[in-house]
Write a protein that binds this ligand. Structure first.
Ligand code: UD1
Length: 316
């Protein structure tokens, strides 16, 4: 299939490109390279450098495509609190341009990279797709607003849409060109930060007084290869005029202390850490109920936390 991958030069997008190519798909990438890296892409991919807000560029990238995997967007929770307008513009307005141009060209399939940040502070755990969505930051609000745009496009332009609500994505893929790494700047995610901690720059643990078993926050980590596998299945699941939402996590919670223990094991030495205050906007526990994806997408994550840490380590 001919597929446009928006944000294909980013961490998650570049893994999708690699796996789509390896599965025989014909891939075009649209990326403005604000955070992505062109050298992550295989040389055989068609690359269009441009913004989602530039309708001519979006139209050019979409030409000849039958489906879209939409990863492009701003994705830092903290930054979204400081710059909510930027997040609304790039994420929500950018998606509107994409949907408009898809409509013009008659392209009716889209898989969207949504987030567990759409839920906000969960009322119960594990959290299922039917739970109330009350995002606690502008990043989560923009992801929810995009899901609503997709639901509306399903009704008004017969779009077949799936939104995958990611929990905490980690790990990496080895390609024949080397490892595809997580290359965020600044890096805010726990596992890459833990792997680079030193005694001079220890890992800060954001709160040890949470209402959890060991006092540190609990998250649901999913390996990026399992995550992209869910996208491949979502592509097959797409149904005209319908928008479906799926949680994509492992269904298992790990505390920050458990992640620290796993990183120490992989590195073969005790990780230097320092206790720090709670980070604004962090819920105590966020764990996915993945029954719906298991049942309807026939998807099941197979890589555990140690594998995510090991692969991130090898890629770094
Ligand atoms: C958040 C979003 C997620 C989004 C991701 C993108 C929510 C609820 N989740 O994930 O949807 O895709 O950001 O950036 O908004 N931690 C430390 N020290 C560190 C880094 C993290 O203790 O140096 C802790 C955090 O407090 C948290 C856990 O580790 O409890 C995971 O943090 P992180 O990797 O940043 O991801 P989330 O904030 O869970």
């Amino acid at each position: 299939m001919k597929i446009l991958v928006t944000g294909g030069a980013g961490y998650i997008g570049s893994h999708a490109v690699e796996i789509l190519k390896n599965s025989g798909h014909d891939v075009t990438v649209l990326d403005d390279c604000s955070t992505g890296h062109v050298d992550s892409l295989p040389p055989t991919v068609r690359f269009v450098q441009g913004s989602l807000l530039d309708s001519d560029m979006v139209s050019r990238a979409l030409k000849g495509c039958e489906a879209v995997m939409h990863f492009a967007g701003k994705s830092l929770v903290g930054e979204s609190v400081e710059k909510p307008d930027l997040y609304r513009k790039v994420n929500v307005d950018g998606t509107k341009v994409l949907l408009e141009q898809m409509n013009v060209l008659g392209i009716k399939k889209i898989v969207f990279s949504s987030s567990a940040a759409t839920y906000g502070e969960p009322e119960s755990s594990p959290i299922s797709e039917t739970a109330q969505c009350a995002p606690t930051n502008p990043y989560g609000e923009t992801k929810l607003a995009i899901e609503r745009e997709l639901a509306s496009a399903a009704l008004t332009q017969q779009m077949a849409a799936v939104s995958l609500r990611y929990f905490n994505v980690a790990g990496a893929l080895q390609t024949d060109r080397g490892w595809l790494a997580e290359r965020h700047d600044p890096e805010t995610h726990l596992i890459p930060n833990a792997l680079r901690a030193t005694s001079d720059s220890p890992l800060r643990i954001f709160g040890r007084d949470w209402d959890t078993e060991d006092g540190t926050c609990v998250r649901d980590y999913v390996h990026i290869i399992d995550l992209i596998d869910a996208h491949m299945r979502a592509l097959q699941y797409l149904t005209p005029s319908e928008h479906h939402v799926f949680n994509i996590g492992s269904g298992t919670g790990y505390s920050v202390a458990q992640v620290v223990a796993s990183v120490s094991r992989v590195k073969g030495s005790t990780l230097p850490t320092v206790d720090a205050p709670r980070r604004a906007g962090d819920p105590a526990v966020l764990v996915a109920n993945i029954d719906k994806a298991e049942m309807l997408l026939n998807w099941r994550p197979v890589r555990n936390l140690n594998q995510m840490v090991e692969d991130t380590f090898k890629a770094s």
